[in-house]
Design a binder for this molecule. Sequence first.
Ligand SMILES: Nc1ncnc2c1ncn2[C@@H]1O[C@H](COP(=O)(O)OP(=O)(O)OP(=O)(O)O)[C@@H](O)[C@H]1O
Ligand SMILES: [Mg+2]
Length: 255
Amino acid sequence: MSAEVELRGVSKTFGSVEALAPTDLSVPAGEILTVLGPSGCGKTTLLRLIAGLVSATAGTITVDGVDPARARAEKRIGFVPQAPALLPWRTVRANASLLLDLNPGRSPATPSHSVDELLDFVGLADFADARPHELSGGMQQRVGLVRAFALDAPLLLMDEPFAALDEITRTEMRHLLTRLREPHGATVVFVTHSISEATYLSDRVAVLSPRPGRVASIEEVTLGRPRRPELEDSPEFFEVTTRLRRALGIGAHAG
Ligand SMILES: Nc1ncnc2c1ncn2[C@@H]1O[C@H](COP(=O)(O)OP(=O)(O)OP(=O)(O)O)[C@@H](O)[C@H]1O
Ligand SMILES: [Mg+2]
């Protein structure tokens, strides 16, 4: 179960700030597309547009042929925001199932994974009954991840979901994401600053230019699947990361 995303001539301005220049982008069903670019280039804006959380200044966006706001209302979109908005009075488990509890009629009858199973996957089983203030920033981010995954949506939009995590957990989370997604192969649009994360996860990488963001290039990640952790030490992996650095305009041996 995966969704197709189509952007035609989509732009966004906030007052006098042009956040996103007119952009065309097609994400075929089942693809993992990473959006890579410098801070402030419009990555979050792009994701919020696809999620139907803000409307475009010009152009059209469709998710499986329908308007993003409608797709989101129908729970076809799982969204992991840059900062997870957890409700302080709800437990971790209740926060994780928040989107399922809202409008339960539209939830899948048999989701791929239960909320408790997902909490266990991300190492939070022992914290299911804790409140958000008892968690570290990285743990809160993992609750946000579970919340989006629990929906079992055909489209997952993820805004730097692993940014607050240490390097080890971060690497584990990219392997986990790959595994969690396997049962139904959701389409994923994933925003990151990390070149190695983009390389490990994606089928293609959209490299954005500095503000106003525009798709400067689309890079194919020519690595097979399934991907395994050892891949990150291989010459093929290095070849892709080098290519992405060049596309971002970073010296091939920098960063
Ligand atoms: N709600 C808003 N109101 C006004 N300006 C905004 C709003 N959201 C974003 N912007 C502006 O749009 C531009 C792009 O912001 P955006 O958050 O999309 O960047 P980003 O690529 O996600 O950056 P970062 O990597 O730091 O998260 C910025 O100049 C920002 O100030
Ligand atoms: Mg952002």
